[in-house]
Design a protein around this ligand. Structure first.
Ligand SMILES: C[S@@+](CC[C@H](N)C(=O)[O-])C[C@H]1O[C@@H](n2cnc3c(N)ncnc32)[C@H](O)[C@@H]1O
Ligand code: SF4
Ligand code: SF4
Length: 339
């Protein structure tokens, strides 16, 4: 398919030139052409691999102050051994390597927990910014974004904040997020947006909505409310995270698909657990299927190492032998741009 064929002329006229240029570039890329062939006749394709991961998620904590209905944390946190924080020294070491090897890599200092329960979060972000990391992004449930914490985060240099809200009314919020914090989270998020503007910070704010059976009826209201307030409104499909959560939110049936594509996660980035174990998939909440350990290996070495090479080759060949990928309930929802 050629770029813009599905877009009416009147809309096309309004797209700014740099965005048009970026879209044309995607359509011209080898990856896009390979994806087109894949969709047409199932030809396997080899996604391009960068020298260093494009995204590194550093799990600063697994503690959380909520028990959302859709989140594996609510099940896993019953085991107290699951809960903990990453040592600052381990975090600093990881940042030092990323800053040296690839400062343009997006650093996401959060994992399977709520990053703001760490009172030193702004210090951790500030360290990475001082070292030259270009983009730092976190997801938060927003419940702890008080005036002081907002000021600290804005000052720290945080580039992107995604607040997970999942609802357009207090009732639905309470059903999905299992706590009565809707008004507080909305007010804190709007205050964060206003205060960022006040301090002339060029940060971006996203609000997100994980689509599930308890909230889908509020999707349009959610989009309408936030479209002129936040920089992005992100709607995410519900994932079962390798089976840690059941199918209760899976009300959209997977499309029948004969061809299974290589999973973008394996080419996109890494997740480093509180103990330094390196995972390739966000479904691996308990870090069981690790591909390395930054306590005695470099991030670059792990990214280019034999374990991930083997895994990528399985995805390219279409065998998906890895025990996590083999039974993955989510793969159809994780697509390459252009799919
Ligand atoms: C695990 S949370 C960690 C950060 C923070 N506690 C928060 O809620 O944003 C990261 C993101 O995963 C999303 N999430 C949790 N369970 C999910 C599921 N079953 N499917 C899709 N996204 C999910 C959350 O809504 C949130 O946006
Ligand atoms: S989605 Fe975030 S806030 Fe909710 S339980 Fe999971 S980690 Fe905690
Ligand atoms: S196929 Fe599934 S289990 Fe494998 S990396 Fe992708 S999301 Fe994770």
């Amino acid at each position: 398919m050629k770029p813009f064929t599905m877009i009416p002329k009147s809309v096309k006229k309004k797209i700014p030139d740099p965005i048009k240029k970026a879209i044309r570039k995607i359509y011209k890329s080898r990856l896009y052409r390979d994806i087109e062939k894949f969709k047409k006749n199932g030809t396997r394709f080899r996604p391009p691999l960068s020298d260093f991961p494009g995204i590194v998620r550093l799990e600063t904590t697994t503690r959380c102050n909520l028990h959302c209905a859709h989140c594996p944390h609510s099940v896993l946190s019953k085991d107290k051994n699951f809960l903990g924080d990453m040592d600052k020294s381990l975090y600093f070491r990881a940042i030092d390597e990323i800053a040296k090897e690839s400062p343009e890599t997006i650093v996401r200092p959060f994992g399977g927990g709520e990053p703001l329960v760490r009172t030193d979060l702004a210090e951790l972000i500030g360290y990475a910014k001082k070292k030259g990391i270009q983009k730092i992004s976190i997801n938060s449930n927003g419940t702890l974004l008080t005036k002081n914490r907002r000021a600290e985060l804005i000052k720290s240099g945080l580039d992107h904040l995604e607040v997970s809200i999942d609802a357009a009314t207090p009732d639905t919020y309470t059903k999905v997020r299992q706590a009565d914090f809707f008004r507080k989270v909305v007010d804190y998020t709007i205050a964060f947006i206003d205060e960022s503007k006040h301090f002339n910070r060029n940060n971006k704010i996203t609000v997100s909505f994980v689509l599930q059976k308890d909230n889908y009826h509020e999707l349009e209201d959610f989009k309408r409310f936030w479209k002129d307030k936040a920089d992005n409104v992100t709607i995410r499909p519900y994932h079962q995270h390798g089976g840690f959560v059941d199918a209760h939110g899976n009300f959209i049936k997977n499309a029948d698909s004969t061809y299974r594509h290589p999973c973008p996660y394996v080419w996109r980035g890494l997740i480093i657990s509180i103990h330094g174990k390196v995972c390739f998939c966000e479904s691996d909440w308990t870090a069981e299927h690790t591909v390395g350990d930054i306590c005695h290996q470099s991030i670059k070495g792990i990214w280019q190492g034999p374990e991930l090479h083997r895994l990528r080759e399985q995805h390219i060949a279409g065998t998906f032998d890895h025990p996590l990928c083999n039974v993955c309930p989510d793969w159809q929802k994780i697509k390459w741009p252009g799919m």
